[in-house]
Structure formats: structure tokens, C-alpha cells
Design a protein around this ligand. Structure first.
Ligand SMILES: NC(=O)C1=CN([C@@H]2O[C@H](COP(=O)(O)OP(=O)(O)OC[C@H]3O[C@@H](n4cnc5c(N)ncnc54)[C@H](O)[C@@H]3O)[C@@H](O)[C@H]2O)C=CC1
Ligand SMILES: O=C(O)C(=O)COP(=O)(O)O
Length: 469
């Protein structure tokens, strides 16, 4: 089913959206219900405490951190209710708002921790409108039946291009010359300014971004070496080196493109700076936890490191504005800004029109397909399950979405519950402790729907259930 076809999937019913409190007798007919006005249906549902067909107009989405308008437009086309904020929210406000919504869209700043997610009563999915997903407690979300989606490479090129700009900017001390001239000082120098041709770029993390960087750097005549925890195919004439130390010993420029994990925390600290060539340059466009900034400051003060470009920080301000990047946030900020040849950018690696627009479309469509169809393809914490579209021409067909613990015997129990009906199609997959079964069943009468729901709800390994029709 395409994103546009999803518009048609209105005859659906979803207890997980919790529009009507606990389930009671089913009283609305699926075909008639979509024709009713939303306020009518809502008020009927509230009074009778019935399970009722789901309408996209009931879905509430909270979008934070200036998620792109392409996503807003996709959600509005579906008729979802969209609440949009330009910045992230303080934790207490986030907790208040997350209680009510069915989906939330964030970028890299908003932390969706266990503490926050515990308050989410209706949440079925999270969209990270970026690459990184370290800001979300993925395991906790999965165990709560909340699928998380991201955009794995829509901003990779933007990051790689910025890295190339930073390599040349550092090699030529462009930042310092620009600051000087802004304040009226003409300082024409060539000492310790270099071409990048023939120099060695060391890439730590040769994934989507690192490998793109490799191609661009070689086009400028740089030699490329890289270090990664897995063996990755070398592009062009680049070479993988077996240890981080070897990379640090050989590279003129060291650039980081690893995710935030416990293993990458302070990956560059005092011993690693000591292992680098005298006069090397460091660039961090990955995550603020990966470089130990006080050690970097020290290495720059003794001229071990000739320059650095930093885009990401352990603590980043919640919103744009003057005075927000200061020592209250990161204790060393004033020391960092006073160093020569240091380029500081406010986490803009992925911030281009092209990237943001593409991310909005990609994640917007992924959330829509999950909400409307149960299709979890692309999820980072869930089994990836999809079925072709629900056959709307076929009367009395219901899609069962059953998220459960991955333990023996579940399929037997579930199929036993579904066995009075014709199982048209079914797909099930697991990812660690979580499993997800999707089935389209036909020959289901209105009165059967509540029974199916109740029986599935009593199964011991159930995490969450949605029924769409
Ligand atoms: N500054 C910005 O605006 C942006 C920052 N990022 C950051 O860049 C990171 C990398 O992005 P992608 O290249 O798309 O990720 P990716 O997942 O395609 O590649 C990451 C690579 O790092 C490697 N790796 C993981 N742990 C490692 C370790 N301990 N040592 C060495 N290698 C290790 C992986 O094997 C993989 O090849 C993201 O996780 C995100 O944190 C991404 C986009 C924009
Ligand atoms: O894509 C990523 O992981 C990034 O770091 C970019 O984050 P942002 O969308 O700019 O908050």
C-alpha cells in the first residue's frame, strides 16, 4: 500500500489508540462508522466505552525540534492532529505532553528516556528525524511495544560536505583570518598553512558518512585510511587499518563518524591525542561524548594539535539564541572559544534544506505506514514486518497487529484464537526479546472483533495489540 493509499484505510479499529478507555461491547459497524463525523463518533465512544473504528483524525502527533514541513504536510494529509514546536521541551513539559500522543517526532536533542516513556500511555511509535537514535531508550521502547524509526542516510552527504569544508578551513586557518578581518586586522600569512593534496585523512567509523567522506577526500588528492570495528569494503584507494593507534600515528587529519555508544565514549582523550602526529587536526561531527574536550584543549594549548572543528557537544542548548553556549552548559566553553584555529558550529552537520526535506518525507512516511498499516519496515528497535495492503474490497477483513515477548508457544496460542476465521496472510518476525505478528483475517463479524481482542489481550506474552479494519 502506498502512502497515498493509506488515506483510504479508514475502516480500521484500534484499541491501542485508547480512544475510548477499556473495551466494552462493540456497537458501531465498521462501514458506517467512517461516514460518521468525528465528534459524533468520539462522543458516542466516550459515553458507551466501546471499541470503535479508528479514524486518522483521532491520531495525535507531537513534533519537536523544528521537524521539517515535509513531514507536517504528510501528517496533515492523513488528517492527523499535529502539535509542532521549534525547539525541544524541558523534561517536565515533555512528560506532560507525551502522556496523550500516539506518535512523537524528535531530532538529536530530545532525550526519550525510560523516565519519559513510562508516561506515554498511547504512544505507538517514535520518529527520529535524523540518523542518530542514541537519544531514545530503544530497548525500553521495544518492551513497551513502541516502534522507533529514523532516517539512516538522508543527511550523510550534508555531513560529508561540511567535513571537507572543515579540512580546508583548518589547513588554511580560514576561521582565524576571518575573525581577524571582521575586527579590522589584516594578517596575510602562509606559515603553517597547507594544501590538503597529498595529506592523510584518518576516518574513524567507515559507515554511511565515513565512506562518503572517503570518496570526496580522495577526489581532492588526499590519502585515506580508516579504522572501524567491522571489516568494511575500501572505496577508491583507501585502506582500512587494524588499530585506532595506527590511524592516529599516520593521519594528518582525524575525523570521527561513529555513533554514540559506551565504546565510543571519550574515544579521543589524552592518550589518543598523544599518539597523534605533531600538528595534526581533529574534527568531530559525530556525538559530543566521543571526544574528551578538556584533553583536546590541553593538546591544543601545547601545540600538539594544530586545529580542531567541533560540531557536537556533551551538552547542547535546547534552542537557538544568544548566550546559550556558555560555561553553565559545558564547564570548559570559554576556554574552548579562546583557542586559535578552532571552528565551532552548532550541530549543523545535517542541517541543509535537502537533508531536512528528505528526512521529513522518509520518517513521515515510515510513521504513517506504521500507524495506518502496522508496517514496521525500517524500524531500528523492532522486528521488520509488513504485509501487502489490507483488501478493502473484501468484506469483514481485519488486520491483527500483535506485539509480544519472543517466547515459545505464542504463535500456537494466537493462531488458535484466530482459527475460526480465514487467515488470508500472516507474517511474523522477532528481534531479540520482541516479536511481532501481523495477520489479515477474513470472515470476521462485528461481534467477533471484541472477542478476538479480548482473547488476545489475555495471552500472557502480549505486549500490545492493534486491530485494523
Ligand atoms: N553532526 C551531525 O549533524 C550529524 C551527526 N551524525 C552522527 O554520525 C554518526 C555516524 O553516522 P553514519 O555514518 O550514518 O553511521 P553508520 O552506522 O553508517 O556508521 C558508523 C560506523 O561506525 C562504526 N563503529 C561503531 N562503533 C565503533 C567503534 N567503537 N570503533 C570504530 N568504529 C565504530 C560502525 O561499524 C559503522 O561502520 C551518527 O551515529 C550520528 O551520531 C549523523 C548525522 C548528522
Ligand atoms: O542525524 C543526526 O544524527 C544528527 O546528529 C543530526 O541531528 P539534528 O537533526 O540536526 O538534531
Amino acid at each position: 500500500m502506498s502512502a497515498l493509499d493509506i488515506n483510504n484505510l479508514q475502516n480500521s479499529f484500534q484499541e491501542a489508540f485508547n480512544l475510548s478507555g477499556s473495551p466494552g461491547a462493540v456497537s458501531t459497524s465498521p462501514t458506517q462508522s467512517f461516514m460518521n463525523s468525528l465528534p459524533q463518533r468520539l462522543s458516542a465512544a466516550k459515553q458507551q466505552k466501546v471499541l470503535k473504528p479508528f479514524s486518522t483524525g483521532d491520531i495525535k502527533i507531537l513534533l519537536l525540534e523544528n521537524v521539517n514541513e515535509t513531514a507536517i504536510s504528510i501528517f496533515k494529509q492523513q488528517g492527523y492532529q499535529v502539535e509542532f514546536h521549534k525547539s525541544s521541551l524541558p523534561e517536565e513539559e515533555l512528560i506532560e505532553k507525551i502522556k496523550d500522543v500516539h506518535a512523537i517526532g524528535v531530532r538529536s536533542k530530545t532525550k526519550l528516556t525510560k523516565k519519559v516513556l513510562e508516561h506515554a500511555k498511547n504512544l505507538v511509535c517514535i520518529g527520529c528525524f535524523c540518523i542518530g537514535t542514541n537519544q531514545v531508550d530503544l530497548d525500553f521502547a521495544a518492551n513497551k511495544g513502541i516502534a522507533v524509526f529514523n532516517s539512516p542516510f538522508s543527511n550523510s552527504r550534508s555531513v560529508a560536505e561540511l567535513l571537507i569544508a572543515q579540512v580546508i578551513t583548518l589547513a588554511r586557518q580560514v576561521g582565524d583570518r576571518s575573525i581577524e578581518l571582521h575586527t579590522g586586522t589584516w594578517n596575510k600569512v602562509s606559515a603553517r598553512c597547507w594544501e590538503v593534496r597529498g595529506k592523510t585523512l584518518g576516518i574513524i567509523g567507515y559507515g554511511h558518512i565515513g565512506s562518503q567522506v572517503s570518496v570526496l577526500a580522495e577526489a581532492m588528492g588526499m590519502h585515506v585510511i580508516y579504522y572501524d570495528i567491522v571489516t568494511v569494503m575500501a572505496l577508491g584507494t583507501s585502506k582500512q587499518v587494524p588499530t585506532l593507534d595506527e590511524l592516529l600515528n599516520k593521519a594528518d587529519f582525524v575525523t570521527l563518524h561513529v555513533p554514540e555508544t559506551p565504546e565510543t565514549k571519550n574515544m579521543l582523550s589524552a592518550p589518543q591525542f598523544a599518539a597523534m602526529k605533531d600538528g595534526a587536526y581533529v574534527i568531530n561531527l559525530s556525538r559530543g561524548t566521543v571526544v574528551d574536550i578538556p584533553s583536546l584543549i590541553q593538546a591544543m594549548k601545547v601545540n600538539k594539535i594544530a586545529g580542531a572543528a567541533i560540531d557536537v557537544y556533551p551538552n547542547e542548548p535546547a534552542k537557538n539564541g544568544a548566550g546559550s553556549f556558555n560555561d553553565d552548559l559545558n564547564k570548559w566553553t570559554s576556554e574552548l572559544v579562546s583557542l586559535p584555529n578552532i571552528i565551532l558550529t552548532p550541530h549543523i552537520g545535517g542541517s541543509t534544506e535537502e537533508a531536512q526535506s528528505a528526512i521529513g518525507i522518509e520518517v513521515g512516511n515510515a510513521l504513517t505506514k506504521y500507524i495506518n498499516e502496522g508496517n514496521s519496515v525500517g524500524s531500528v528497535n523492532f522486528p521488520e514486518v509488513s504485509l501487502r495492503s489490507l483488501d478493502l474490497d473484501q468484506e469483514n477483513t481485519v488486520r491483527v497487529l500483535y506485539i509480544h515477548q519472543n517466547v515459545p508457544g505464542v504463535l500456537k496460542t494466537v493462531n488458535n484464537i484466530l482459527s475460526n476465521h480465514n487467515i488470508e496472510k500472516q507474517f511474523s518476525d522477532s528481534n531479540g526479546d520482541i516479536a511481532y505478528l501481523m495477520a489479515d483475517i477474513s470472515q470476521v463479524n462485528q461481534s467477533d472483533i471484541k472477542n478476538i481482542y479480548d482473547e488476545l489481550n489475555q495471552t500472557s506474552s502480549k505486549i500490545s495489540i492493534r486491530l485494523l479494519y
